[in-house]
Design a protein around this ligand. Structure first.
Ligand SMILES: *Cc1c(COP(=O)(O)O)cnc(C)c1O
Length: 235
């Protein structure tokens, strides 16, 4: 018996819903990258998910990410999606394909410095606090452009786009406006033709609202619960 069979079942269902959202938005399925958010799930669940065809994973904590990369021991793609402290940057450089949660100049500077040391260019996203929630990390939308300009000067980081964690809601439609604003912000920054940055990535949408996010232009959706089941926050 395969104890992780449910991941396969969830994945099939999820794929149908992603395809449905793509169809409604007249987008090709290949325009949307599914990131399997494996936080709080064991390495074995990641291995099973990879056997079912998933190969891009998201983690929000540095320690857990590094431990899991070692335990899984497969050539996979990893994205850091959670808040990153500058003193921990050195542990993730060269291990992750992308740091999605860059929310300060100070952090971008640290990523640049460690990337230079390692001889790599690290792809990053700017995390935007699109609904201006006090509880959330991320920069204000109206500061994003100047932020992008400053970071564009760094030689060892590459801005690839924007990321947001929309408000928690039971009604995904209520986030449509925020996703739309994210897309507008991305288009607006693109139009400024800033050197050394691209706005190809728009990472938004989670289990509760990924379909709306896809309809509004998400290129990357980050799904945890919808694949791996409810997380157990007790331990
Ligand atoms: C946990 C997490 C997700 C996934 O959340 P689900 O609701 O379980 O799909 C996505 N993005 C970030 C930044 C997260 O921390």
């Amino acid at each position: 018996m395969d104890p992780y069979r449910y991941i396969c079942d969830n994945y099939k269902l999820l794929e149908q819903r992603i395809q449905g959202a793509c169809d409604r938005a007249c987008r090709d399925r290949s325009e949307v990258q599914l990131i399997a958010v494996s936080k709080m799930n064991p390495a074995e669940a990641v291995i099973a998910a990879n056997d079912y065809g998933l190969n891009v994973f998201g983690e929000n904590k540095v320690q857990e990410l590094c431990d899991k990369i070692d335990a899984v021991d497969r050539k996979l793609h990893w994205h850091l999606i959670g808040h990153l402290q500058t003193n921990k940057v050195k542990y993730v450089i060269g291990k992750v394909d992308m740091i999605q949660s860059v929310d300060s100049l100070h952090l971008a500077e640290a990523i640049d410095k460690e990337s230079a040391k390692a001889g790599v260019i690290t792809p990053i996203l700017l995390e935007i606090n699109i609904a201006d929630e006090g509880s959330k990390f991320g920069i204000k939308p109206d500061e994003a452009e100047s932020f992008a300009r400053e970071i564009s000067e760094f030689k060892n980081v590459k801005i690839c786009g924007l990321m947001t964690v929309a408000p928690y809601t039971l009604n995904p439609e209520s986030n449509r406006l925020y996703f739309r604003r994210m897309k507008e912000l991305s288009v607006d920054i693109t139009s400024k033709n800033i050197d050394n940055i691209s706005m190809n990535v728009l990472s938004m949408g989670m289990t509760g609202d990924f379909e709306v996010a896809i309809e509004e232009g998400a290129t990357h959706i980050r799904v945890g619960t919808g694949l791996f089941g409810a997380r157990n926050y007790i331990n």
